[in-house]
Design a binder for this molecule. Structure first.
Ligand code: TXA
Ligand code: MG
Length: 329
C-alpha cells in the first residue's frame, strides 16, 4: 500500500490493537509490532519463523523514547545518538522492566534504534512514540527485504499483512548493532556506521565480535541472509578459473567496470554490481534475490576487496549469505 496519511493511520490502528505491519526503514523493511504487546511480539516471531530466543530491535523516535525501554542510559549512548540518530545504529543497553522478555529473546538487555526513514518516523509519531519492535521483514535466516515487493513476495501466504510501500531502502543492509553493556563498546553486527566512526565519537577503542564467537546476537549466526540457491564467495584472481571449471550455468555477481570477460558471459548469467560501497550495499539484497530467481545451480559472488570500515557490513553479509555447513569444517 502506498504510505499515504490515511494508510499510515490504519497501520497505527492495527499496531495499537496488537497487530503486525510491515514498513520501510532506511536500512531494510521491518515487520513491526508494539514492543510492550506480548501478542504482537509473539506474532512477529511466528510469521518470521524466528526462534523465540532471537531478540528484536525496539524502534523509537529519539533518546527520550530509548530511555523508556532502557533500565540505564549511559552518557556514551547519548553521545552516539547525537552523532548517528536518527539513523542505522542500534544500541544494546539494559532492559527496562516494562519491556516484556518476549521482545528481547529472554535477555536482560534490549536493542534500540531511531530510524530516519520518514514513513517509519510518521508511524512512530502516530503511536505517540510507543516503541515498535521490528526485525527485518523476511523469513528467518533468509535474505532481507529492501522493497515492498520483496516483503509481499516473502509473506504471500499472509494475505492480510499490511505492507506500507516506501520504495527501495536507501542503505540496503541492516543497522550496525553495538553492545553498550560491556566495559568496551563491541560491534555485534557491522553495518554502514563503522567501528571507526563510533570510536571517534566515543574516543575509545571499539571491538568487533565475530559471528562464530557470539551467542550474544543470534541473528549473527554463521549462516544468515542466505538465498535458497547455494552461493559461494570467490576472490577476484580466482574468479575466471573457478567459473571456467563449472559444468552448469551459474549466476555471477561481479564488480567489473569494463564488463565481464566474454568467456564468462558466454557460459554464465552475469549480474553487475556497483563499485562503490554505499551503492553496492543498497542493491545487495535485491540482486541476491534476482540471482535466486534464476534457479541456477549456484550463485557465484566476486568477493569485494575490503577497502575500509564501510565495507565491513557488506562483506559480513556476503560471508554469511555464502556460509554452508561444509565450509564450517
Ligand atoms: O536495520 C535494522 O536493524 C533492521 C530494521 C528493520 O531496523 N532490523 C533488523 O532486525 O535487522 P533483525 O531482528 O533482523 O536483527 C536484529 C539483530 C539480530 O542480530 C539480533 O540478534 C540483534 O540485533 N539483537 C537484538 N537485540 C539484541 C540484544 N538484546 N542483544 C544482542 N543482540 C541483539
Ligand atoms: Mg534479520
Amino acid at each position: 500500500m502506498p504510505a499515504t496519511e490515511e494508510h499510515l493511520r490504519n497501520a497505527a490502528e492495527i499496531l495499537s490493537s496488537g497487530g503486525v505491519v510491515a514498513f520501510p526503514t532506511e536500512t531494510v523493511y521491518g515487520l513491526g509490532g508494539l514492543t510492550l504487546s506480548v501478542p504482537a511480539v509473539e506474532k512477529i516471531h511466528q510469521l518470521k519463523g524466528r526462534p523465540a530466543d532471537n531478540p528484536l530491535i525496539a524502534h523509537v523516535l529519539d533518546i527520550e523514547g530509548a530511555m523508556r525501554v532502557a533500565a540505564h542510559w549511559p552518557d556514551s549512548c547519548s553521545k552516539l545518538a547525537a552523532a548517528f540518530w536518527p539513523g542505522p545504529l542500534t544500541l544494546v543497553v539494559a532492559r527496562a522492566s516494562q519491556v516484556p522478555r518476549q521482545a528481547t529473546g529472554g535477555r536482560d538487555t534490549v536493542a534500540v534504534r531511531a530510524p530516519r526513514h520518514p514513513i517509519a518516523r510518521r508511524l512512530l509519531e502516530l503511536l505517540n512514540g510507543q516503541p515498535l519492535s521490528a526485525p527485518s521483514a523476511n523469513p528467518s535466516g533468509r535474505t532481507s527485504a529492501t522493497s515492498a515487493a520483496h516483503v509481499v513476495h516473502d509473506f504471500q501466504h499472509v494475505p492480510q499483512l499490511m505492507v506500507l510501500d516506501g520504495g527501495a531502502c536507501e542503505v540496503g543492509i541492516e543497522s550496525t548493532v553495538l553492545d553498550m553493556t560491556a566495559e568496551l563498546p563491541m560491534v555485534l553486527r557491522p553495518g554502514s556506521v563503522s567501528a571507526e566512526q563510533i570510536g571517534s565519537v566515543l574516543g575509545c577503542h571499539v571491538g568487533t565480535k565475530h559471528s562464530a564467537e557470539q551467542g550474544a546476537s543470534p541473528g549473527t549466526a554463521s549462516s544468515h541472509y542466505a538465498p535458497r540457491t547455494p552461493a559461494v564467495l570467490v576472490k577476484p584472481p580466482h574468479l575466471e578459473e573457478f567459473l571456467a571449471a563449472q559444468r552448469e550455468q551459474c549466476v555471477v555477481l561481479m564488480v567489473a567496470p569494463l564488463g565481464a570477460p566474454g568467456t564468462v558471459r558466454q557460459k554464465h548469467h552475469v549480474i553487475l554490481m556497483p563499485e562503490l560501497c554505499e551503492a553496492y550495499a543498497a542493491v545487495l539484497y535485491d540482486r541476491l534475490r534476482a540471482a535466486d530467481a534464476h534457479n541456477c545451480s549456484m550463485i557465484v559472488i566476486q568477493e569485494p576487496s575490503p577497502q575500509g570500515g564501510q565495507w565491513a557490513g557488506v562483506i559480513d553479509r556476503l560471508r554469511r549469505a555464502t556460509h554452508t555447513k561444509a565450509s564450517e569444517s
